[in-house]
Write a protein of this length. Structure first.
Length: 227
């Protein structure tokens, strides 16, 4: 088995990883939890990743290609060009038009939109803004797209609001501090809807019940009055 690790040195753990060299040994536990659920129908699929949330969607693109899915669009965003963890094969369009601009695993042939906050490559703005721009021009067909997303917390909440407003289904791969990954430390709890409970919700573990959840199951990503 071949495992590729993408990381960005921002703290002691990732700086330690960056210092590793060929021949060093790592202990890895996994796979853990529950991943994206791929629809069995032929609905269009929209993969939306931001920053460190892009790598899980690279794997998803590979899997969709293996399954023969054709109607797939990729949208990746980062603060600047240098922080996009992908290889560009041509310059992306600046107007959120999908093009074959990025190299995907297993040579998956999907068109992509690139977005950067500073406009250094592709669309100037966030990946969520690019989703809105794409949907305004191309996303109002008879088959609404299903959105799969992973990224920073603020981005995920924006994706939840936006997809709900646009009438798109959405699965969120959330990020939590996971002390053990085995459901013991309870450091990664998240509130999910559960009508069998008196309060209408219960605590779930991101490491076991997730990290992928349906948008509408997550209370903390629900509609906030006034937003």
């Amino acid at each position: 088995m071949h495992v590729r690790v993408l990381s960005r040195a921002v703290g002691p753990g990732t700086r330690w990883l960056e210092r590793l060299r060929a021949g060093d040994t790592l202990d890895i536990t996994g796979p853990l939890g529950r991943g994206f659920r791929i629809p069995t129908d032929d609905a269009p699929l929209f993969l939306l990743g931001g920053g460190v949330g892009i790598p899980p969607l690279l794997y998803l693109a590979r899997r969709l290609h293996e399954l023969g899915r054709r109607d797939v669009l990729v949208c990746f965003g980062a603060r600047t060009r240098d922080l996009l963890p992908v290889r560009l094969v041509q310059e992306p369009a600046c107007d959120a038009t999908p093009t074959r601009c990025v190299e995907l695993p297993a040579s998956a042939p999907y068109p992509a939109i690139m977005a950067t906050d500073d406009g250094s490559v592709g669309w100037r703005g966030s990946a969520v803004d690019a989703l809105r721009a794409w949907h305004a021009r191309h996303g109002r067909g008879d088959r609404p797209a299903a959105v799969f997303t992973c990224g920073p917390e603020a981005m995920l909440k924006a994706v939840a609001r936006t997809t709900r407003a646009l009438g798109l289904s959405c699965q969120l791969c959330i990020e939590r501090k996971m002390g053990c990954g085995l459901g013991t430390c309870l450091s990664c709890v998240v509130r999910v809807r559960d009508t069998s409970q008196a309060m209408g919700w219960r605590w779930a573990l991101a490491c076991q019940d997730g990290p992928v959840f349906d948008r509408d199951d997550l209370l903390d990503y629900a509609v906030v009055p006034g937003t």
